[in-house]
Design a protein around this ligand. Structure first.
Ligand SMILES: [Fe+2]
Length: 280
């Protein structure tokens, strides 16, 4: 059941020497206009609500939430409106970016009021978080257009005194699953050419892969997270649903530029997966 608000957070203006900036990543919610509709057997609204409840119970000191795309599978206004109402109950800033299943214009229109917004960057303490749109209309794979590369560079320059997190839907490096890596970011060289020039970039956070991923590009932490609904089996070349429950990633950003992070999942699968599904 959805309550009105998370318990009150510690009151402070952002990261300090003593306290890290605490983030939650909620991703690939794949909601529909109908809360009863299922994806691979799971009612995605129900699994999202269960993950939100987990966040409420275990991460009530979180400072902000990143919602990293594929928020509404059918890109319906009803789906976004219901998602926004749910996210508002967190009582913290929620920053959204689109995935390949979203329609950015529809998402931005609805997910841009109150505490739930779709900014290009946000600054909290001595951290800046830069949100990029890697979607290409009609395609599953990702691409960073010139305007997005310029957005990245402009915000890195404007916040040169900050540690930086970049977040986008599509994974910029292969994760070791051929079918998924065919839908990766298709111009990582353009992206990493910019990343290489800014040593204060500490982490790159993506959605899309529906599985835990924790690696490095040089000194930069590369992070992917479970979906709030169906999971994909890591390191398999064919599409395969994983039996592990939905979850979220928590991230703590230290004032010294450190990144601490982990995955938290529901204790059990909330519903039975339909394993006959051959894709999504
Ligand atoms: Fe997804």
């Amino acid at each position: 059941m959805i309550q009105d608000n998370f318990p009150p957070a510690r009151l402070r203006g952002g990261a300090t020497q003593a306290t890290p900036l605490r983030l939650l990543q909620l991703t690939d919610c794949h909601l529909y206009a109908s809360p009863e509709r299922r994806l691979a057997g799971l009612r995605t609204q129900q699994t999202f609500d269960a993950v939100l409840e987990l966040a409420r119970e275990e991460f009530h000191t979180t400072d902000l939430v990143l919602a990293t795309g594929d928020l509404v599978h059918d890109a319906s206004k009803e789906g976004y409106r219901r998602l926004r109402r749910r996210l508002e109950t967190i009582g913290r800033p929620v920053y959204c970016l689109p995935g390949n299943h979203d329609i950015p214009e529809v998402m931005n229109d609805i997910m841009n009021r109150g505490k739930v917004t779709s900014p290009e960057s946000v600054r909290h303490g001595n951290w800046v978080i830069i949100l990029l749109d890697s979607t290409v209309a009609g395609r599953e794979g990702g691409h960073l257009r010139t305007d997005q590369l310029e957005r990245l560079e402009r915000n890195l320059e404007a916040h040169a005194d900050c540690h930086a997190v970049i977040t986008l839907h599509h994974h910029p490096v292969p994760v070791g699953s051929a079918w998924m890596d065919r839908m990766a970011l298709d111009n990582p060289t353009d992206f990493f050419r910019i990343v290489d020039r800014y040593p204060r970039i500490r982490a790159i956070v993506c959605g899309h892969i529906h599985q835990e991923f924790d690696g490095y590009y040089r000194h930069v932490r590369l992070l992917g997270a479970p979906s709030t609904c169906v999971q994909f089996t890591p390191r398999l070349d064919q599409f395969s649903l994983d039996l592990v429950p939905p979850g979220l990633r928590w991230i703590e950003l230290g004032a010294d530029g450190s990144v601490d992070t982990g995955i938290r999942r529901l204790a059990v699968m909330p519903e039975e997966l339909d394993l006959s599904v051959g894709g999504y």
